[in-house]
Design a protein around this ligand. Structure first.
Ligand code: Q46
Ligand code: ZN
Ligand code: ZN
Length: 321
């Protein structure tokens, strides 16, 4: 297999782009895909300070690496969720982030928020005290992560929070929302969520990159990342949709990319429309009528105390009987 650009030996075949690339040309290709997404969706500018949410996985570390190599001012945020489940998940993922900084970008700043150190317990215990989190802590975890990311971004004066969501993630979510015709979510799913009423701007610079491209980028750049998924992600519906969509992609290369990008084009050009009243009420996401939490000062859809503060309050009550 020869590189389509220079004829030397290729390391990856990108069927959806009809390209086979050698190591050097693939690294260039990946960076320019990210740069083009940043420009196309007007995500941010070189003078902006970015907060990259890193989990120790391939996507977020590849994202941080590529942003720094492109010359952006990017600091990392690692939230230690206190998840062990016999495999030391949080401890290992934190180590990967620290190793990445030490080995690849010794001058880069990594902010760490440790849930156990700050609040006395991690996600599994916190979720157990919640009805909705008893079997699956992801709802509680999502809420906690959104809250902390927003707090750190606002307190630190960052222009945007960048997350490592890739094309496969976005397509799986789009597929799920389309299957169930979740109009509110379909109205809102986007590579950029603008800043509003105390909610920091959110951007997804990897939306045009396939998951296997981020894995290849991390491998070729010598980035060590955590291979284990969070133990609580097992059996997630989006994983099932990802498998279905991978089968589709095998039969029809570029199907995922077209499904997602054509959806964004059709919505943004007004070809398909969603009513504003369909906006969802998920806290921490774009939603009309935000108030300020009387405890922590963060935006909330609640009347007075936000869901994050109420969560810890209920947990404290349960702990102390
Ligand atoms: S970290 Fe948290 Fe995820 Fe683990 S508990 Fe669920 S939401 S699966 S991305
Ligand atoms: Zn080449
Ligand atoms: Zn609050």
């Amino acid at each position: 297999m020869k590189c389509s650009k220079c004829g030397s030996s290729a390391v990856i075949n990108l069927h959806q782009h009809h390209l086979r690339l050698c190591e050097a040309h693939f690294l260039d290709f990946y960076s320019s895909m990210v740069q083009r997404a940043i420009e196309h969706y007007t995500m941010f500018w070189p003078e902006d300070r970015l907060l990259v949410a890193v989990s120790g996985g391939k996507d977020s570390l590849a994202l941080w690496d590529v942003l720094l190599r492109l010359g952006y001012q990017a600091e990392g945020l690692y939230i230690s969720l206190g998840i062990d489940e016999g495999i030391g998940y949080s401890a290992n993922s934190r180590t990967m982030c620290e190793k990445f900084v030490a080995g690849h970008h010794p001058g880069a700043l990594l902010h760490v928020v440790d849930l156990r150190a700050e609040h006395g317990c991690g996600i599994p215990e916190l979720a157990r005290s919640e009805l909705r989190g008893r079997n699956k802590p992801c709802a509680v975890c999502g809420l906690v992560k959104r809250h902390i990311m927003n707090r750190v971004a606002r307190d630190g004066g960052f222009s945007a929070i960048a997350t490592g969501h890739n094309l496969d993630d976005e397509v799986a979510v789009l597929f799920q929302n389309t299957l169930h015709w979740k109009a509110g979510y379909l109205a809102r799913q986007a590579p950029v969520l603008d800043e509003r009423e105390g909610l920091a701007r959110k951007v997804k610079p990897l939306v045009r990159c396939y998951e296997r491209e981020s894995a290849a980028y991390a491998l070729l750049r010598g980035i060590d990342y955590i291979y284990d998924e969070c133990p609580f992600s097992k059996g997630a519906t989006t994983n099932f949709y990802k498998e279905l969509l991978n089968d589709l992609e095998m039969r029809s290369p570029a199907a995922k990319q077209q499904f997602y990008l054509h959806f964004l084009q059709a919505r943004d050009s007004g070809q398909i429309r969603f009513e504003a009243s369909d906006q969802s009420t998920v806290e921490g996401e774009a939603e009309p009528l935000l108030r300020i939490c009387t405890r922590c000062g963060q935006p909330t859809v609640a009347q007075d105390v936000c869901a994050f503060c109420r969560l810890w309050e209920r947990h404290g009550e349960e702990k102390h009987g």
